[in-house]
Design a protein around this ligand. Sequence first.
Ligand code: FE2
Length: 295
Amino acid sequence: MQEAIDIQGARDLWVRPLSPACGAELGGIDLSRPLAAHEVRAIKDAWNEHIVLVFRGQKLSQDDQLRFAAYFGDLGSRKKAPEPLRARAEGIRQDHEKVLLVTNIKVDGNPIGAFGDGEFWFHIDSGYAPRPYKYTFLYALELPSRGGNTKFSNMYMAYDAVPAELKEKLKGKKALHIHEYNRAKQAKSWGDISGIPHHAHPVFVTHPDTGRKTLFVDRLMTTRIEGLDETESDAILNTLYELGERPDFIYEHVWQLGDFVMWDNRCTIHARTDFPKEERRLLRRCTVEGEPLYE
Ligand SMILES: [Fe+2]
């Protein structure tokens, strides 16, 4: 059901929840024009409530997108990948340090952006950094005929679903997140990880704006829970991943051209479904810089 957002001067704005888990479409606003403070506030309130916001049919230049994102904090710079992963993170058409092109498109064999191919496991954007991006903003420019959907999971719900005993056991515990995408090969992360960007965050994080507790681990980059032996850590992490990926906590976004989607990395994880390799997919990403996270 579509509801008007009752806020002075922003009466054209409406919000429509997209799933029982999270996600809402906002309409009645053109993001290519500068917004008034009360409009930004209305969007922020809806964001804190729904975690993932979708605006359809937007026409946004790179500058428009960056101007809009900057209403919500300092823009995040593209992070340099460690050497072995460098090829997948640098693109020849990325002309702004605040912008990353999420794409499989190549020109003369050179990727124009990054993170292009196929499926992507559930993750937090830059969860391995001491200050993971607060927010990510993604704008759809070219899409395959099918697939390449983005799944978002509500990690407040996942936290609430952690059994009381496990919550007690993990109180005060931190989990190590590393910039290494293949968990199957992560045995080495129990050894020397000095060459790989990494950071330990609390397993449970208090969202700085809403004050709600959220589960902060993901299958792609979380490696171990500090203070537990490997077997126990692996078993608990698997339980937590399964909770975080419970279908009833997930909204799956099927992209349309002109979609602008923004999400809060503190209380959601996201994943991409597979899509035909031979078809082009191009989305423009920017972020807002984060802050240290506390339990
Ligand atoms: Fe991502």
